[in-house]
Design a protein. Structure first.
Length: 230
């Protein structure tokens, strides 16, 4: 299945996405950390989880829906569709770079760093600042210094937090609607934690195939009655 042609979701998967959207709204609107310098939020985490599990399309849609619902239910200011576009693009970026995780830890960290840079610098600093300047009618450059401070805080925070989430051995298998063997593909970093994990899954697959082959051979055996005549 292509990265931008998503597979059909099950009812359980749709419920998980809806739950994560609700969590995103709560984290963004109510549970941000306000410091004297900058406001730090963790609303990106549910979108990251959706991106890792379901890819860029569903992550983008979820991000846009979360922004729209948050603006409608708990408005902070006037609704502006530009921020919804940014939220959609953020989900797409996370999904494109994090959905197919690398088995190599270094390459995985590089992907996380690139995703966090694009989101915090290009989209939240660059694009969102443009939307703010349009709404307020002020100069674009007037908002950059203050928002650049927020970006300087959020970039390393996103890299650290996302890396920790991807390193979780329980989160993604718990949310996955797959078999036990398929759930191992959600182990992080990458599809397998290490060669031992991969070997364990290979052994499980081999054992299952042996059992199936034995079952087929048993069904194919024809037992002929013994001849009483000698």
């Amino acid at each position: 299945m292509s990265l931008f042609v998503p597979s059909k979701l099950t009812v359980r998967e749709m419920a998980i996405i809806a739950l994560l959207i609700a969590i995103e709204v709560i984290l963004s609107r109510f549970l941000s950390i306000q410091t004297p310098i900058v406001r730090i939020g963790f609303g990106f985490l549910p979108i990251v989880i959706i991106a890792v599990m379901y890819g860029p399309v569903y992550a983008g849609i979820a991000g846009a829906m979360a922004d729209f619902l948050g603006a409608m239910l708990f408005p902070i200011g006037p609704f502006f569709p530009g921020f919804t576009i940014t939220a959609f693009l953020i989900g797409v970026v996370y999904g494109f770079l994090l959905h197919k995780r690398e088995a190599n830890v270094i390459r995985s960290l590089i992907r996380v760093g690139i995703a966090a840079f694009i989101v915090t610098v290009l989209l939240q600093l660059g694009l969102d600042t443009l939307w703010i300047s349009i709404i307020t009618g002020s100069e674009y450059s007037a908002w950059l210094p203050l928002r650049a401070v927020r970006t300087a805080f959020m970039l390393p925070i996103q890299i650290i937090v996302i890396s920790l989430v991807l390193a979780s051995k329980q989160l993604f298998p718990l949310l996955s609607d797959k078999t036990d063997v398929e759930k191992r593909s959600f182990a992080s970093p990458g599809f397998y934690n290490n060669d031992a994990d991969k070997a364990e899954v290979d052994v499980s697959d081999e054992a299952e195939s042996v059992v199936e082959s034995v079952g087929e051979s048993d069904n194919s055996v024809v037992i002929e009655p013994e001849d009483d005549e000698k």
